[in-house]
Design a protein around this ligand. Structure first.
Ligand code: DX5
Ligand code: ZN
Length: 219
Protein backbone atom coordinates (compact mmCIF):
# COMPACT_ATOMS: atom_id res chain seq x y z
CA UNK A 1 0.00 0.00 0.00
CA UNK A 2 1.23 3.46 -0.86
CA UNK A 3 1.84 5.91 2.00
CA UNK A 4 0.72 9.51 1.66
CA UNK A 5 2.95 12.44 2.53
CA UNK A 6 0.82 15.60 2.45
CA UNK A 7 2.57 18.66 1.04
CA UNK A 8 1.42 21.70 3.03
CA UNK A 9 3.08 24.21 0.72
CA UNK A 10 -0.30 25.50 -0.49
CA UNK A 11 -1.87 25.85 2.98
CA UNK A 12 -2.88 29.39 3.94
CA UNK A 13 -1.18 30.56 7.11
CA UNK A 14 -4.36 31.73 8.79
CA UNK A 15 -6.01 28.34 8.27
CA UNK A 16 -2.91 26.21 8.76
CA UNK A 17 -3.64 24.67 12.19
CA UNK A 18 -7.11 23.62 11.07
CA UNK A 19 -5.78 22.18 7.80
CA UNK A 20 -3.06 20.22 9.63
CA UNK A 21 -5.62 18.85 12.07
CA UNK A 22 -7.92 17.77 9.21
CA UNK A 23 -5.04 16.11 7.38
CA UNK A 24 -4.14 14.11 10.47
CA UNK A 25 -7.77 13.05 10.95
CA UNK A 26 -7.79 12.00 7.27
CA UNK A 27 -4.94 9.58 8.11
CA UNK A 28 -2.09 10.91 6.05
CA UNK A 29 1.22 9.24 6.95
CA UNK A 30 3.62 12.20 6.87
CA UNK A 31 3.62 15.99 6.65
CA UNK A 32 5.79 16.97 3.67
CA UNK A 33 7.69 20.23 4.29
CA UNK A 34 8.91 21.94 1.08
CA UNK A 35 11.84 24.17 1.98
CA UNK A 36 12.83 26.50 -0.90
CA UNK A 37 15.66 29.00 -0.51
CA UNK A 38 15.07 31.38 -3.45
CA UNK A 39 18.37 30.17 -4.96
CA UNK A 40 18.12 26.50 -5.90
CA UNK A 41 14.58 27.36 -6.94
CA UNK A 42 13.00 30.78 -7.39
CA UNK A 43 10.49 30.66 -4.57
CA UNK A 44 11.45 31.20 -0.98
CA UNK A 45 9.39 29.31 1.59
CA UNK A 46 11.87 29.30 4.47
CA UNK A 47 9.90 31.52 6.80
CA UNK A 48 6.57 29.87 6.04
CA UNK A 49 7.97 26.35 6.52
CA UNK A 50 9.65 27.35 9.79
CA UNK A 51 6.30 28.60 11.07
CA UNK A 52 4.49 25.49 9.86
CA UNK A 53 7.07 23.15 11.39
CA UNK A 54 6.76 24.95 14.73
CA UNK A 55 2.97 24.61 14.65
CA UNK A 56 3.19 20.94 13.66
CA UNK A 57 5.56 20.12 16.51
CA UNK A 58 2.96 21.51 18.91
CA UNK A 59 -0.11 19.81 17.54
CA UNK A 60 0.86 16.46 16.04
CA UNK A 61 3.09 13.45 16.54
CA UNK A 62 2.91 12.47 12.87
CA UNK A 63 6.35 12.29 11.22
CA UNK A 64 7.75 15.24 9.28
CA UNK A 65 9.20 14.58 5.82
CA UNK A 66 11.50 17.51 4.99
CA UNK A 67 12.29 18.16 1.31
CA UNK A 68 15.15 20.64 0.96
CA UNK A 69 15.21 22.51 -2.33
CA UNK A 70 18.22 24.58 -1.29
CA UNK A 71 21.81 25.26 -2.36
CA UNK A 72 23.34 25.36 1.09
CA UNK A 73 22.27 21.91 2.27
CA UNK A 74 24.39 21.88 5.43
CA UNK A 75 22.81 25.02 6.92
CA UNK A 76 19.27 23.75 6.33
CA UNK A 77 19.99 20.25 7.60
CA UNK A 78 21.17 21.83 10.86
CA UNK A 79 18.15 24.14 11.00
CA UNK A 80 15.57 21.42 10.26
CA UNK A 81 17.18 18.82 12.52
CA UNK A 82 15.86 20.87 15.44
CA UNK A 83 12.31 19.87 14.46
CA UNK A 84 13.31 16.20 14.80
CA UNK A 85 11.89 15.13 11.44
CA UNK A 86 11.61 11.50 10.43
CA UNK A 87 13.47 12.16 7.20
CA UNK A 88 15.44 14.92 5.48
CA UNK A 89 15.84 14.77 1.70
CA UNK A 90 18.28 16.96 -0.22
CA UNK A 91 18.75 17.44 -3.97
CA UNK A 92 21.48 15.59 -5.83
CA UNK A 93 21.72 18.56 -8.23
CA UNK A 94 22.64 20.89 -5.35
CA UNK A 95 25.85 18.93 -4.63
CA UNK A 96 29.04 19.87 -6.45
CA UNK A 97 30.53 16.36 -6.42
CA UNK A 98 30.24 12.82 -5.13
CA UNK A 99 32.16 13.66 -1.95
CA UNK A 100 29.61 16.31 -1.05
CA UNK A 101 26.75 13.84 -1.54
CA UNK A 102 28.38 11.40 0.91
CA UNK A 103 29.15 14.23 3.34
CA UNK A 104 25.49 15.33 3.37
CA UNK A 105 24.30 11.72 3.80
CA UNK A 106 26.55 11.41 6.86
CA UNK A 107 25.47 14.77 8.24
CA UNK A 108 21.77 13.82 8.22
CA UNK A 109 22.45 10.34 9.60
CA UNK A 110 24.60 11.72 12.42
CA UNK A 111 21.47 13.45 13.78
CA UNK A 112 19.63 10.11 13.85
CA UNK A 113 17.37 11.20 11.01
CA UNK A 114 16.61 9.13 7.94
CA UNK A 115 18.12 10.46 4.75
CA UNK A 116 16.79 10.82 1.22
CA UNK A 117 18.17 12.07 -2.09
CA UNK A 118 15.88 13.90 -4.51
CA UNK A 119 16.37 13.96 -8.25
CA UNK A 120 14.83 16.50 -10.64
CA UNK A 121 13.14 15.33 -13.87
CA UNK A 122 16.27 15.79 -16.01
CA UNK A 123 18.53 13.70 -13.77
CA UNK A 124 18.72 10.03 -14.76
CA UNK A 125 18.35 7.43 -12.03
CA UNK A 126 21.66 5.74 -12.87
CA UNK A 127 23.45 8.88 -11.64
CA UNK A 128 22.49 8.06 -8.05
CA UNK A 129 22.86 4.24 -8.08
CA UNK A 130 26.08 4.33 -6.07
CA UNK A 131 24.40 6.16 -3.18
CA UNK A 132 21.37 3.86 -2.86
CA UNK A 133 22.86 1.43 -0.31
CA UNK A 134 23.51 4.35 2.06
CA UNK A 135 20.17 6.15 1.97
CA UNK A 136 16.63 5.39 3.13
CA UNK A 137 14.65 7.05 0.38
CA UNK A 138 15.04 8.21 -3.18
CA UNK A 139 12.64 11.01 -4.06
CA UNK A 140 11.87 11.18 -7.76
CA UNK A 141 10.46 14.56 -8.72
CA UNK A 142 7.51 14.07 -11.06
CA UNK A 143 7.43 17.84 -11.79
CA UNK A 144 10.20 20.46 -11.90
CA UNK A 145 10.93 21.47 -8.28
CA UNK A 146 9.84 24.95 -7.27
CA UNK A 147 6.09 25.13 -7.02
CA UNK A 148 2.94 23.16 -6.33
CA UNK A 149 0.01 22.61 -8.69
CA UNK A 150 1.95 21.53 -11.80
CA UNK A 151 0.92 18.56 -13.99
CA UNK A 152 2.86 15.33 -13.57
CA UNK A 153 5.50 14.78 -16.28
CA UNK A 154 4.68 11.28 -17.70
CA UNK A 155 8.33 10.63 -18.67
CA UNK A 156 9.28 10.54 -14.97
CA UNK A 157 7.22 7.36 -14.54
CA UNK A 158 9.66 5.53 -16.83
CA UNK A 159 12.48 6.55 -14.49
CA UNK A 160 10.65 5.20 -11.45
CA UNK A 161 10.08 1.91 -13.23
CA UNK A 162 13.79 1.55 -14.05
CA UNK A 163 14.69 2.46 -10.48
CA UNK A 164 12.27 -0.08 -9.03
CA UNK A 165 13.76 -2.85 -11.21
CA UNK A 166 17.27 -1.86 -10.16
CA UNK A 167 16.35 -1.94 -6.46
CA UNK A 168 14.76 -5.38 -6.79
CA UNK A 169 17.68 -6.81 -8.77
CA UNK A 170 20.17 -5.51 -6.23
CA UNK A 171 18.20 -6.52 -3.15
CA UNK A 172 17.99 -2.96 -1.88
CA UNK A 173 15.17 -1.83 0.41
CA UNK A 174 15.45 1.88 -0.37
CA UNK A 175 12.00 3.50 -0.48
CA UNK A 176 10.81 5.29 -3.60
CA UNK A 177 9.01 8.58 -3.03
CA UNK A 178 7.38 10.50 -5.88
CA UNK A 179 6.58 14.20 -5.67
CA UNK A 180 4.54 16.55 -7.85
CA UNK A 181 1.26 16.49 -9.72
CA UNK A 182 -0.09 13.47 -7.87
CA UNK A 183 -3.87 13.38 -7.44
CA UNK A 184 -6.80 10.99 -7.77
CA UNK A 185 -6.25 10.86 -11.54
CA UNK A 186 -2.52 10.12 -11.52
CA UNK A 187 -2.25 7.95 -8.39
CA UNK A 188 -2.88 4.69 -10.27
CA UNK A 189 0.15 5.27 -12.52
CA UNK A 190 2.22 6.09 -9.45
CA UNK A 191 1.21 2.84 -7.75
CA UNK A 192 1.75 0.81 -10.93
CA UNK A 193 5.41 1.75 -11.12
CA UNK A 194 6.02 0.78 -7.47
CA UNK A 195 6.13 4.04 -5.52
CA UNK A 196 6.17 3.57 -1.72
CA UNK A 197 5.43 7.15 -0.64
CA UNK A 198 3.36 9.59 -2.74
CA UNK A 199 3.65 13.30 -1.97
CA UNK A 200 0.30 14.97 -2.55
CA UNK A 201 -0.35 18.71 -2.16
CA UNK A 202 -3.13 20.24 -4.22
CA UNK A 203 -4.48 16.76 -4.89
CA UNK A 204 -5.73 16.80 -1.28
CA UNK A 205 -5.84 20.47 -0.29
CA UNK A 206 -8.04 21.44 -3.25
CA UNK A 207 -10.64 18.78 -2.45
CA UNK A 208 -13.61 19.25 -0.12
CA UNK A 209 -13.30 16.09 1.90
CA UNK A 210 -9.71 15.23 2.86
CA UNK A 211 -10.79 11.98 4.49
CA UNK A 212 -12.46 10.64 1.33
CA UNK A 213 -9.56 11.79 -0.84
CA UNK A 214 -6.87 10.19 1.30
CA UNK A 215 -8.88 6.99 1.53
CA UNK A 216 -9.20 6.82 -2.26
CA UNK A 217 -5.52 7.67 -2.79
CA UNK A 218 -4.51 4.78 -0.55
CA UNK A 219 -6.81 2.09 -1.97
C1 DX5 B 1 7.39 21.00 -5.70
C2 DX5 B 1 7.25 20.39 -4.33
C3 DX5 B 1 6.08 19.48 -4.17
C4 DX5 B 1 4.77 20.12 -4.44
C5 DX5 B 1 3.65 19.13 -4.47
O1 DX5 B 1 8.57 21.69 -5.78
O2 DX5 B 1 8.40 19.65 -3.99
O3 DX5 B 1 6.11 18.85 -2.90
O4 DX5 B 1 4.46 21.10 -3.52
O5 DX5 B 1 2.49 19.80 -4.75
P1 DX5 B 1 1.41 19.24 -5.79
O6 DX5 B 1 0.96 17.92 -5.22
O7 DX5 B 1 0.36 20.25 -5.75
O8 DX5 B 1 2.08 19.09 -7.11
ZN1 ZN C 1 8.33 18.32 -2.17
Amino acid sequence: MVEISASILGAKEEESAKIFYNLEVAKIDYFHIDVMDGKFVENNTVEKMNKFSNILKQITTLPLDVHLMVEDIETYVKLYSTFEPNIITFHFEACKDKQEVFKMIDLVKSSNIKVGIAISPKTEVREIYEFLPYINTILVMTVEPGKGGQPLIPETLRKIKILKEYLTQNNLDTYIEADGGINLETIEDIKDVGVDIAVVGNGILKTDNYKETVKKLKI
